[in-house]
Design a protein around this ligand. Structure first.
Ligand code: FEO
Length: 395
C-alpha cells in the first residue's frame, strides 16, 4: 500500500518482511527490510528509486494505483544496486523514453546491469531539476556505498532523500522513526553502518559535514531502507558522525571457534581475568561457528579490543574464524587493539596465523597471544585468567 508522507510526496516502496539475507548470504537481515521508493507530484511528476527485482510487477502495479505512469516526467536513480534498480526494466517497458537522472557512474552501472540505452541525464553535485513549486538538488555521495550514489534534496518540503545513507534493514508498516521500537531500529541502523558503510567512513564524515555546512532545513530524511527520519534527524546524523570516527564503546569482543572445548575454556577464563580487573567493560563472547557473523561484526565494530581464538587445525585455523577475519579486514576499522588465543595439540601455529590476520585487519596487536596445549588444566586456566588480567590493565 502506498503512503502519503507530505502533500506532494508519496512512499511507493515495498516492505519485505521475509528478507533474512542480503548481498547473497553476506549480510543477515533478521528484521526484514524495505525498498523505499518515493513519488513526487508537483507540476512535474518524479519517481525516486525503484525496488528489488522480485517485486517489480507488484511495484509497477502499486504505482499505477497512485499515478498514471505515462505522466511520469522523470525517474531519479540515486544508486543502482539491484535492490533499488531491479524494477527499472519492468517500469521502462511501459515508459521507455522517460529520462533517468543519475550520476555518470550510475549510468554505467545501469547499463552494466540491464544492457539498455535508456534516456539518461547525468548529473553532478549542485545540478537542479525544477519540478514546479519545488526544486530538486542533486548531491553526489560517491562510495556511500557505491561509486554511483547520490542524494537528492527537495526544497519547500525540506526533504533529503539519502538512499542507503541513514538506512536500516528494518521492516515496518509504520514508516517513521518515532513509530517503532527505537532501540531495536537503532541497532539495525548500527548493524547496517558496521556491515555496509564502515569501510567508507572517511567519505561518510566528509559528506555529512558537507551537508551540514549547506544548512539545509530538514523536515524529513528519507532513506531507501527502513524508517523515514522525522523526529530523530539530529540523532542519526550525530550517530553517523560518531560511527564514522573510529567508533568504540567500552567493550571487548571475544570470538573463537573450538573443536573439543579447549579454546572455549580459554575464552571464558580470559574473560574472567579481564572482569576481575575491569568490572565496567562490557565483554561479548561469541562462538564464530554458531553465531550470526554480521551481529558479531557489529560488536567488533563497536569494541575497543578484539580477542580472537582458534584451535590449530591442519596447520591452519577453524574456517569460521578465518572467514570472519576476512570480513573484518574489509571493514577497514581503525584504532582497535587485538590479540590471539587458542589451543593446540602438536604443531600449534594457529596463534601466529591469527596474529598475522589481525595485523592485516589493521588492528594493533596487544601481545603475541596465548596458546595452551591439549585441554587446559588448573595451571593453564590460571594462566588464561592472568592473561586476561594483564590484558585489561594494558587497555
Ligand atoms: Fe540498498 Fe546499496 O543498495
Amino acid at each position: 500500500m502506498s503512503k502519503k508522507i507530505t502533500e506532494k510526496v508519496t512512499w511507493v516502496g515495498k516492505v519485505d518482511w521475509e528478507l533474512t539475507h542480503f548481498h547473497g548470504d553476506e549480510l543477515s537481515t533478521f528484521k526484514g527490510s524495505s525498498y523505499n521508493s518515493y513519488l513526487i507530484k508537483d507540476k512535474k511528476t518524479v519517481l525516486i528509486d525503484t525496488v528489488w527485482g522480485p517485486y517489480d510487477r507488484e511495484f509497477v502495479a502499486r504505482l499505477k494505483e497512485v499515478v498514471d505512469i505515462k505522466t511520469i516526467d522523470a525517474i531519479i536513480m540515486q544508486h543502482n544496486e539491484s535492490d533499488h534498480s531491479g524494477a527499472l526494466p519492468e517500469l521502462m517497458r511501459e515508459i521507455p523514453d522517460v529520462p533517468i537522472y543519475c550520476t555518470a557512474k550510475g549510468k554505467a552501472i545501469i547499463q552494466g546491469h540491464y544492457h539498455q540505452d535508456w534516456n539518461f541525464v547525468t548529473v553532478k553535485t549542485g545540478d537542479k531539476l525544477e519540478i514546479g513549486e519545488s526544486t530538486l538538488t542533486f548531491i553526489e555521495a560517491p562510495m556511500l556505498h557505491w561509486p554511483d550514489t547520490m542524494f537528492t534534496y527537495m526544497d519547500g518540503e525540506n526533504i533529503l532523500f539519502s538512499n542507503d545513507g541513514f538506512g536500516q534493514h528494518y521492516a515496518t508498516e509504520s514508516l517513521y522513526d518515532d513509530r517503532v521500537d527505537i532501540a531495536e531500529m537503532l541497532y539495525e541502523a548500527k548493524k547496517y553502518y558496521a556491515n555496509i558503510l564502515a569501510p567508507f567512513s572517511m567519505m561518510v564524515t566528509r559528506k555529512v559535514k558537507e551537508i551540514l555546512a549547506m544548512n539545509l532545513p530538514l523536515n524529513l530524511v528519507c532513506p531507501s531502507h527502513g524508517v523515514i527520519w522525522r523526529k530523530n534527524i539530529n540523532m542519526i546524523i550525530e550517530k553517523y558522525l560518531e560511527w564514522a570516527s573510529n567508533y568504540q564503546e567500552n567493550k571487548i569482543t571475544i570470538v573463537y571457534d573450538t573443536m573439543w572445548n579447549s579454546t572455549r575454556i580459554m575464552a571464558q577464563e580470559i574473560a574472567r581475568g579481564i572482569q576481575e580487573v575491569d568490572k565496567d567493560v562490557e565483554i561479548k563472547i561469541y562462538n564464530a561457528a554458531h553465531e550470526d557473523k554480521n551481529d558479531v561484526l557489529t560488536d567488533i565494530f563497536a569494541s575497543k579490543a578484539v580477542l580472537v581464538g582458534s584451535p590449530t587445525i591442519n596447520n591452519g585455523l577453524a574456517h569460521a574464524v578465518a572467514g570472519l577475519l576476512e570480513m573484518t579486514k574489509g571493514m577497514k576499522l581503525k584504532d582497535k587493539k587485538a590479540a590471539a588465543f587458542g589451543s593446540f595439540g602438536w604443531s600449534g601455529e594457529g596463534i601466529k596465523l591469527l596474529s598475522n590476520l589481525l595485523s592485516g585487519c589493521g588492528f594493533e596487536l596487544l601481545n603475541d597471544g596465548i596458546r595452551i596445549q591439549w585441554v587446559p588444566d588448573q595451571a593453564a586456566i590460571e594462566q588464561c585468567r592472568d592473561y586476561g588480567r594483564e590484558l585489561a590493565k594494558s587497555l
